[in-house]
Write a protein that binds this ligand. Structure first.
Ligand code: ADP
Length: 274
């Protein structure tokens, strides 16, 4: 309606302009719809643990003469509280990677340190499932970027690899330098032997709050925001993240990011030529 009314009013100005205006309105609407969806999703995701906490606290009060039940309810309250904390933290991370310019405090970041940190973050979960973690090729390589954001991105990929894999499997993290026309890149591949992702879902997993199996994601403390964060970090570092997967066999998520030396060379070239 609105778009048509506008196009009718400006029609004398020429059809090209009308088309541009209509496209603009359509894009503005799309952005508005995405924003509304996001707010609705956040509200829903917050309501679930808060609702559970409220019910559980009532249950605790009603079971004051049954210490075992109180303990059971309290345990579940703790799980819901953790879920809430994770969600709030990931929302903060997401808003940071969306709004801050990561290259404002960019520095050379060592891959071996990032990998060690990511493995450390998952040590507990991996240990519980007897998942072996192995890394290779990470010595001496450095990325040009924001340390905190890069750590969050790699951490999310490794965490997913562990979460979506059955017990007694292997998670591998391999890094290498790749020659590229615009300057060398560092490629970090996280490979798991987990449940895999269908072709249909591959297109959507990087969207905020998209999960293939919401119940499974929640059970492992997932928020549905991890890969959206990874995608933002990769893009804002002039890099990319891609996925290869075969259902029931496993997945490989690959980050490609500018090498520290290469990025410095690029900016030197730009300043000397300009
Ligand atoms: P979550 O917090 O749910 O893990 P992510 O944004 O990190 O959210 O991932 C989105 C969805 O993509 C997950 O819910 C899961 O369905 C799928 N996924 C992500 N990583 C993997 C993986 N390594 N193997 C299989 N599925 C994965």
């Amino acid at each position: 309606g609105e778009a048509l009314a506008v196009s009718a009013r400006v029609a004398p100005l020429g059809s090209r302009l009308v088309l541009l205006l209509v496209e603009d309105l359509t894009e503005a609407r799309r952005i508005e719809a995405v924003r509304r969806d996001f707010v609705a999703n956040v509200s829903h995701e917050l309501k679930t643990p808060v609702g559970a906490l409220s019910l559980l606290s009532e249950a605790v009060m009603g079971a004051s003469d049954d210490p075992e039940a109180v303990e059971r309810f309290a345990g579940r309250m703790q799980i819901e509280a953790t879920r809430l904390t994770n969600l709030v933290q990931e929302l903060i991370d997401l808003s940071r990677v969306q709004n801050d310019d990561p290259l404002e405090d960019a520095e050379p970041v060592r891959i071996d340190e990032l990998v060690a940190e990511a493995i450390d973050r998952c040590r507990h979960q991996a240990g519980a499932k007897q998942i072996t973690m192995a890394s290779g090729g990470t010595a001496e390589l450095r990325i040009w970027g924001n340390r905190g954001q890069l750590a969050a991105a790699l951490g999310n990929l490794v965490e997913n690899a562990v979460n979506y894999s059955p017990a007694r499997t292997r998670v591998g993290i391999a890094a290498r330098r790749v020659t590229a026309p615009g300057g060398d890149l560092i490629e970090i591949a996280v490979t798991d032997q987990g449940i895999g992702i269908s072709d249909k879902d591959k297109e959507r997993i990087f969207e905020r709050f998209y999960r293939v199996d919401p119940a499974r994601s929640r059970a492992t403390g997932g928020t549905g925001l991890g890969l959206a964060i990874v995608k933002h970090v990769a893009a804002s570092h002039s890099g990319e993240v891609t996925v290869w997967s075969s259902e029931g066999q496993g997945s490989t998520f690959t980050l490609r990011l500018p090498e520290a030396g290469a990025a410095r060379d690029r900016s030197t070239r730009q300043t000397t030529s300009g």
